[in-house]
Design a binder for this molecule. Sequence first.
Ligand SMILES: [Zn+2]
Length: 470
Amino acid sequence: MNFETVIGLEVHAELATKSKIFCSCPTDFGAPRNSQVCPICLGHPGTLPRLNRKVVEYAVMAGLATGCRIAEFSCMDRKNYFYPDLPKAYQISQDAYPLCLDGGLTVEGDSGGKFIRIERIHIEEDAGKLIHSRDEILADYNRCGIPLIEVVTAPDMRSAAEARAFVSELRTILRCLGVSDCRMQEGGLRCDVNISVRPTGSAKLGERTEIKNLNSFQFIEKAIEYESRRQIDILTAGGTVRRETRRFDEQTGTTHTLREKETAADYRFFPEPDIPPLRLSPADIEALAARLPELPAARRKRYAALGLPAADVHILTEDRALSDYFDRAIAAGKHPRITANLLLSEYLRLSEGESFSCPVAPERLAAVADLAGAGTVNASTAKKLAARLWEGDFDPAETVLREGLGQICDEGVLREGIRSVFSENEGLVAQIRAGKTAAAKALVGKCMGRFGGRAEPRLLNRLVDEALKK
Ligand SMILES: [Zn+2]
């Protein structure tokens, strides 16, 4: 029997606000343990939470960018449970009336573009972090009250690759909006995977398990692959899959029972009495919609129309700082493909840090691309000029003139140089003429060297070919 895997995701992303969701504690990552806490985020009796306006703005922007409808009325609820990372013994979240509803994203699916529905996006507070050591467990409450959005999808994905594609697209969008850094290694983007299997063609969903807290693309894929296999094996052996919450073991790549799955009733959700319902007017939502930048999907379309290869389009739109830089460069020049090529080959690898940064003015890169596009310099000189600009600023066109870096296209000059290279390498020339054609590349390299790398490459190749045939 063939089985189909059915996957739904709950993605938690920390919002990049300066302060927490209900108090003014800072949200910096990596501060000394329990140094960013106050009576509100520790849930001391008698304290009152106040909702951070930025959290709502960011969540609405995330909703708008993922095609959601923004609820004009939503409210916060208490989700009650006891765990040592939650000093209040409840989490303030949204249950019945979430902020964003009914959106979705088109991602690269197993067979072409696929629309993955988003059922809801709600806002909530994060819990603290437990630090397990050999003989004790310590609690760090700095993360208590860090604002989160939880993005809940419909069970629309059918493979690990589709789940990965969804998380990747969501991450690119949230980063492009600037509402979340989505640092997965710091837990800034975490994913719970709901997964079930069913006989292919069956319309009924199988019993599902939930794998908690996956914080890398690799773990998401591995956990899905392992868990899907495990469930198929159980069903094939005539067993039944139990509904439960499971943990992914990063060391072994396997999943293990964590607890029987709670139902919503176990959490005793009720409206949060300390925070009034949230009311947004159409004008509020309009104002936030007007602040949305051009989204990655639109950018991809625009870049593809410039004739850029798909792989370059993908890289350029992953990071907003990089695509903004590229946009400024192509606005200043005439050759977007060469600009993209220089940017990705020369600057991307030199840029340090999480998002692209570059000391070269985009206009300078455009000037180099234009020199190459016009044939004034060849591709390798263009790369050298681009690399030199990283070290310090200069005017590329003027430098090409002053240093004589222009491309050599004069056939007479090229033939002359080739003749002398041939006479210095008679052995090599004889070998190639005798059939060792693989060595021709080395010979062309020697000729290029004769011209300081400045020969027009196609012309040089043709002339060397002609000379070999003589
Ligand atoms: Zn606080």
